[in-house]
Write a protein that binds this ligand. Structure first.
Ligand code: IPE
Ligand code: IPE
Ligand code: MG
Length: 251
């Protein structure tokens, strides 16, 4: 039996979401901050700041909707190519965000987690992330995975290297690895694959995001820029997802 009813969002929009079919895992490529700032004749960093405001709204709404995992692509392995000033501003914003938002996130039961090779981030970022993770690990709300210095290819290679180093008898010719064995070495070990990948900003590419995990994810694109992304857009994405036919290769 479906229990469909109208849910009002903060942004005064109503859309019919099926609360019996809420995706377990939503992943978002938070894109378009730079273009948002450019449109307003502001420096790109203003776009990143505005993007943080959107993060705050969307986590709150995901938590309220009962979504179990929210993975946010915040900094890719390729984003180091950006000008030093922009990279530094992003790292500073991350530390400020964790410091400023910690109490509120913790109060709302959010589990703060990260995926990616954080050892390449500035020490202050690493410390804040480790502390936030440690202090929220027993919370019961949405797990927020911040993808930082994350790349899907790097993740797979990292998993492969860890797996090789765990193989005891390296001379054995009889080693077979299953998908399940391999997944244990990914950053997302123990988490369900994303049901839906959302990318605002008009781009229709993965940009090295969750390459292994997105095998059967539904993609949802929108021209809206991340700083303008609202609870209503999230509802629309969930609604559209619920109206897709996921066959997983079956009929
Ligand atoms: C996403 O916005 C934020 C990061 C990649 C860190 P962009 O900075 O990529 O914004 P655009 O794509 O230039 O508009
Ligand atoms: C993807 O956005 C990475 C993040 C949102 C963190 P980019 O803006 O870096 O991706 P491309 O360069 O348009 O593919
Ligand atoms: Mg971009």
């Amino acid at each position: 039996m479906f229990n469909i009813f109208k849910k009002k969002t903060n942004s005064n929009t109503s859309i019919e979401i099926d609360y019996n079919n809420i995706p377990k895992h939503i992943a978002i490529i938070m894109d378009g901050n730079g273009r948002w700032a450019k449109k307003k004749n502001l420096p790109r960093t203003f776009g990143h700041k505005a993007g943080v405001e959107t993060i705050r709204k969307i986590i709150k709404e995901c938590n309220r909707l009962g979504i179990k995992y929210l993975t946010l692509y915040a900094f890719s392995t390729e984003n180091w190519k950006r000008p030093k000033d922009e990279v530094n501003a992003l790292m500073t914003l991350l530390v400020e965000y964790l410091k400023k938002e910690f109490d509120e996130l913790n109060k709302n039961g959010v589990v703060i987690n990260y995926i990616g090779d954080i050892s390449k981030l500035p020490k202050t970022c690493q410390e804040e992330l480790i502390k936030a993770k440690r202090n929220t690990i027993n919370n019961k709300g949405v797990v927020m995975n911040l993808a930082l210095n994350y790349g899907g290819r790097a993740e797979i290679i990292n998993a492969l290297n860890s797996l090789i180093s765990d193989i005891k008898d390296k001379n054995s010719k009889n080693i077979t690895i299953s998908e399940k064995d391999f997944e244990k070495y990914l950053y997302t070990s123990g988490m369900p694959d994303p049901d839906i990948i959302i990318r605002p900003s008009g781009e229709q590419r993965l940009s090295n995001f969750l390459l292994w995990q997105c095998a059967y994810s539904e993609f949802w694109y929108s021209d809206i820029l991340w700083p303008d992304f609202s609870e209503a857009d999230l509802h629309q994405a969930i609604y559209d997802y619920q109206n897709r036919d996921r066959r997983f290769g079956g009929i």
